[in-house]
Structure formats: C-alpha cells, structure tokens
Design a protein around this ligand. Structure first.
Ligand SMILES: *Cc1c(COP(=O)(O)O)cnc(C)c1O
Length: 427
C-alpha cells in the first residue's frame, strides 16, 4: 500500500478488521493468554515466537494503538506506557545506566526536569542541562565520554521554546549517541521529529493525543535509524547478551529497527510494569481518531488568542511560536509550518499578584494543571507545577513568576477572547 496521509492514519491506523470482525478496536481486558503446550509458551518467553502471555509486558489493544502512533511518527516500533513520565524514564533508562551521562535542554517539562535532575541522579545517572539557545561551543562542551543520549522537547512545556531538532541531533550523532525528542505538544500532525534527525520520540499521550482529559498515558517510538551496533561499546545493553533474557542480544535478533523497543518491553516493562490499561489505550485511540481535526482548531484558536493578547494594554508580553516577531518564529516556520499547538503563555501587567487576580475572573477558561485538552484551561506555573524549583531553575526553564499558561481548547475563539477580555478588564 502507498504511504497513507496522516489524516487517514489518525482515523484508520493500527488496526484493520477482517471479515465480520469488530469495526472498533477490541478491548482485550485479559491479564493472561492461554496456550496448548508449555513449549508454545516457552517460545514466547524466549522471544522466539510473537504473541502475548501477560499484559504487564504486552497487550493486544495497547499494541494496536502503539502501532497507530508508530505510523503517525513514521517509526519502526513503538510501545505504550502508563504515562508520559514513564515514557521519558524508559526512553532514557533503556540506554543510560548508573555511571552514564545525558545531555538535555533546560527548556523541558517540570516533571521531566525533576525525573532527570533528582530521581535519575539518585540512580547514578548524570545530566547536563543546556539552554536551547546555547552556542555550538557550549553544546559541544556538554558532552562527556560517558554521554549516552541527548534529550529535548519539540515545543517546551510550558516555556514554548522550539527546539532546533536538526542542530541537536547533529551534535548527538557526532558523538555517537541518539537524539530523543519529546513530541507531546507538537504531535506528529504538526511535526515529525524523525524527518529532522531525531532517533527516538516520546509522548505524553495524556495531552493532545487523548485530548479529552480522559486517560493518562505515554508512548515511545523508535525511528529504527540509530545504528547501535556501530557504537557497540556505548550501548552494551543492546549489543551484548541479556542474561536476564536467556542470553538474547537485542540488536542481533531484532535489528536496529526493533532492538530498542523490544529491550524496553522485555526488560523495563517486565521489571517496572508501567503498563497502560487496555481500556485507557481504547480511550486514547478515540482521541487519536480526531487528532488532525482538533490540532488545526487548537492552533487556530491559539494564534487568534495570541494576537489578541499581544495588542492588549494589560498584557506585558506574549509567547507563541507562530506569532510574528516571536524569538522562535523562524524555528517555528521550519519545524511547525502548519501551526504549533494551542498553548499560549503571557505575562499580566502587575506581575504575580495581578496574574492570580486575573485567573480568578476567568469563566470559560478553567484553572487546571492540565494542558492540551478540548476545553480551555490555564495555570500559573510558579505557584503550582513548578513551585519546587528555585528562581534560577525557573529562569533556566524559561518560566517567569508572572507567566500564565493558557491552553486554548477547541471552543469558539470569540468566546475565549471575550472571557480573557472581561478578566483583564478587572485587573
Ligand atoms: C505532561 C508532559 C509529560 C508527562 O506526561 P504525563 O502523562 O503527565 O506523565 C512529559 N512531557 C511533556 C512535554 C508533557 O507536557
């Protein structure tokens, strides 16, 4: 079959029913699977045959949805996880062990920053954070002999910085390590990081992919392009026998197209069990069916709201990558020509206090930690999601104390603007 367009994949990817089979993907709500002989099951355990044996590792419903996201991103293998946090943890921990090091941009989601800077440090993995605007020399200096990956977000949450994926991927490849890109905010509808050299893509599917605030989830997709074997010394987990899996060498058995996801499933899912419920995968798939339609409206509303705020006397600054004059406008033209996302951040004149007062007056826009929902929501990160960060860390992550993050839903832009206007009137 010829390569299908992204709109078609959103609706029909991942599952093609046969004659008389259910039109919608079946929810296989079963922890275990039955076999006729122990030998049959043994082959599955040895990864010699394909099939399911226990839903902690793999479940058919989850795999159908992973397959759809894999096709959307243009990858070769994918897995769902129980959250975006689990996806980023697995993506890094699958190749970085105690004593290893990772380069990450500093403009990343607060939860990911915490995962890297606190929890994974406790596991003995070191991180160097670099600004998305760092010079080539600074980026070069961040690498160490034990560096195993480079990490960044296509559009940073909540800083809305656009990552120069090509530049960071080139630096990663020069040092023989993969580029991992969290593509949550852009979604494959607006950017496909593999086309710019990224090797692994992660998602919090909780955001636009689900899009209805209904199911927490994550996904990891492998481009199948990174040649682990060419840097075998750096990635022994993929290129030498796994004693915990009957001596399998993932690269040998599954090639560069399948080694990464198979290892993450066989080792990390087995040991950590961050698996999504089949029911959650089904809900995620309903969201994916309209992703392309919703993203267009999210972007349309985001741009309309950004333009309104830009011209409002009570707004000191607006950050939206597709707004002309934005610091990332050029990068957005390159990486996000059809739009970025529905999230706009801005500062209310009068700083922290004024921002809080403004939020109280909003009627349509609800105060939530969530973003990327069909319903418009907003947040003041300095007093909520990012409150554990020091001022310096906030600054590095691009989050100022007066920043309001507004996630434009798919309602009428007129109604959103009217709500913002009446709330700004009161401050
Ligand atoms: C929300 C988010 C995460 C974490 O995802 P959860 O599903 O909440 O665990 C990771 N990265 C980005 C960019 C996010 O927005």
């Amino acid at each position: 079959m010829s390569k299908r367009k992204i709109e078609t994949v959103c609706v029909q990817g991942g599952y093609t029913p046969g004659n008389g089979e259910p039109r919608q993907i079946p929810i296989i709500q079963s922890t275990t699977f039955k076999y006729s002989t122990s030998e049959d099951m043994g082959k599955l355990f040895d990864l010699e045959a394909e099939g399911y044996f226990y839903s902690r590792l793999q479940n058919p419903t989850c795999d159908m949805v992973a397959k759809k996201i894999c096709e959307l991103e243009g990858g070769t293998a994918a897995m769902l996880t129980s959250s975006g946090q689990a996806a980023n943890f697995f993506a890094v921990f699958n190749i970085a062990n105690a004593g290893d090091h990772v380069v990450s941009t500093s403009a990343i989601y607060g939860g990911t920053f915490n995962l890297f800077n606190v929890t994974m440090r406790k596991m003995g993995i070191d991180f160097t954070f670099v600004s998305p605007d760092c010079s080539d020399e600074e980026l070069e200096a961040a690498f160490k002999p034990n560096t195993k990956a480079v990490f960044g977000e296509t559009i940073a949450n909540p800083a809305l910085r656009v990552l120069d994926i090509e530049r960071f991927a080139n630096a990663a490849h020069k040092h023989g390590v993969p580029m991992i890109v969290d593509n949550t905010f852009a979604t494959p509808v607006n950017c496909r990081p593999f086309e710019f050299g990224a090797d692994i893509v992660t998602h919090s599917t909780t955001k636009y992919m689900d899009g209805h605030g209904a199911a927490v989830g994550g996904c990891i997709v492998d481009s199948g392009k990174f040649d682990w074997q060419a840097y075998a010394d750096k990635f022994p987990g993929l290129t030498t026998p796994d004693d915990s899996y009957h001596g399998i060498t993932y690269c040998e058995r599954f090639g560069k197209e399948g080694a990464f996801i198979t290892k993450a499933t066989a080792q990390l899912m087995r040991d950590f069990g961050c698996t999504p419920a089949p029911q959650s995968a089904f809900i995620l798939n309903l969201g994916l069916e309209s992703l392309h339609v919703r993203m267009a409206r999210h972007c349309e509303n985001g741009l309309a709201v950004a333009k309104f705020l830009k011209n409002h006397p009570k707004v000191t600054w607006v950050k939206y990558p597709n707004l002309e004059g934005d610091e990332d406008y050029e990068l957005a033209q390159k990486y996000l020509p059809n739009g970025s996302c529905g999230v706009v951040s801005f500062g209310v004149k009068g700083g922290r206090k004024a921002a809080e007062a403004f939020m109280k007056e909003l009627k349509l826009c609800a105060i939530e930690t969530h973003v990327a929902d069909a319903r418009t929501c907003c947040l003041h990160p300095a007093s909520a999601t990012h409150r554990q960060m020091t001022d310096a860390e906030l600054e590095a992550a691009g989050v100022s104390p007066d920043l309001v993050r507004l996630s434009c839903g798919i309602e009428s832009a007129d109604d959103l603007i009217n709500d913002l206007a009446q709330a700004l009137e009161t401050v």
